[in-house]
Design a binder for this molecule. Structure first.
Ligand code: PEP
Ligand code: MN
Length: 240
């Protein structure tokens, strides 16, 4: 799964979607509603952003994953998104979890900033106990004492979650590191450790991205990475 942190202009979204597909990605990510730390940062295009993703899907065939922030937007997400993302900051927003649990739309649940494995799995239970069993778990780095990178990728979470649950485990090396140059090595480690998928921020012009440009890789690097990941997968007896 790859694409921009935030959906920006329509042409940029379509351009990135084409490059993601060309590079070997199979799902387009893009935030339309952004949970920003500062209220003065770009908050996303909202509904218009979802429409841009739908257009990019029409042109590339790539399904869409996008983050929901407010249960009042459920209808629009059910209509326009293929996978609903619950972000790290909402991992314990129990009303939101129950809401997405009431439908069968696949959910990508991200681990909370300081959530334990047990808390993470119990949040997945909130969704599944409402009937929606289409849940993917996403390890996206946790808060530690280390400040050199944005978060610390908890690679142990991959085998641990796979042992404790039957759910697919996705790794997000972009938010885990906050640094574009760490995305490739962390992705390789994730595949070697057994991750079922990756969520990677890709932008055609990271320097000008409205959100998280510093952790976004360019499409050419994404393509290279996918080629390398195939070799890693093969080396550990897996397929990509
Ligand atoms: C994102 O994937 O766009 C995002 C905001 O990530 P997280 O919830 O992991 O911080
Ligand atoms: Mn981001």
């Amino acid at each position: 799964m790859a694409g921009p942190c935030a959906v920006e202009k329509l042409e940029i979204t379509i351009g990135i979607a084409r490059e993601v597909k060309e590079g070997g990605g199979c799902i387009l990510r893009g935030g339309a509603y952004k949970p920003r730390t500062s209220p003065y940062s770009f908050q996303g295009l909202g509904r218009e952003g979802l429409d841009f993703l739908v257009e990019a899907k029409k042109q590339t065939g790539l399904p869409i994953v996008s983050e929901i922030l407010d249960p009042r937007d459920t209808d629009v997400f059910l209509e326009k998104a293929d996978i609903i993302q619950i972000g790290a900051r909402n991992m314990q927003n129990f009303e939101l979890l129950k809401e997405v649990g009431a439908y069968d739309k696949p959910v990508l649940l991200k681990r909370g900033l300081s959530a334990t494995i047990k808390e993470f799995l119990l949040s997945a239970e909130y969704i599944m106990s409402r009937g929606n069993r289409n849940v993917m778990l996403c390890e996206r780095g946790i808060r530690t004492f280390e400040t050199h990178y944005r978060n610390t990728l908890d690679i142990s979470a991959v085998p641990a979650l796979k042992e404790l649950s039957h759910l697919p485990v996705i790794v997000d090396p972009s938010h885990a590191s906050g640094k574009w140059n760490l995305v490739a090595p962390l992705s390789k480690a994730a595949i070697a450790a057994g991750a079922d998928g990756l969520l990677i921020e890709v932008h055609s012009n990271p320097e000008c991205a409205l959100c998280d440009g510093e952790e976004s890789i360019k499409p050419s690097r994404f393509k290279e990475l996918i080629t390398d990941l195939k070799k890693i997968a093969e080396a550990v007896g897996r397929e990509l």
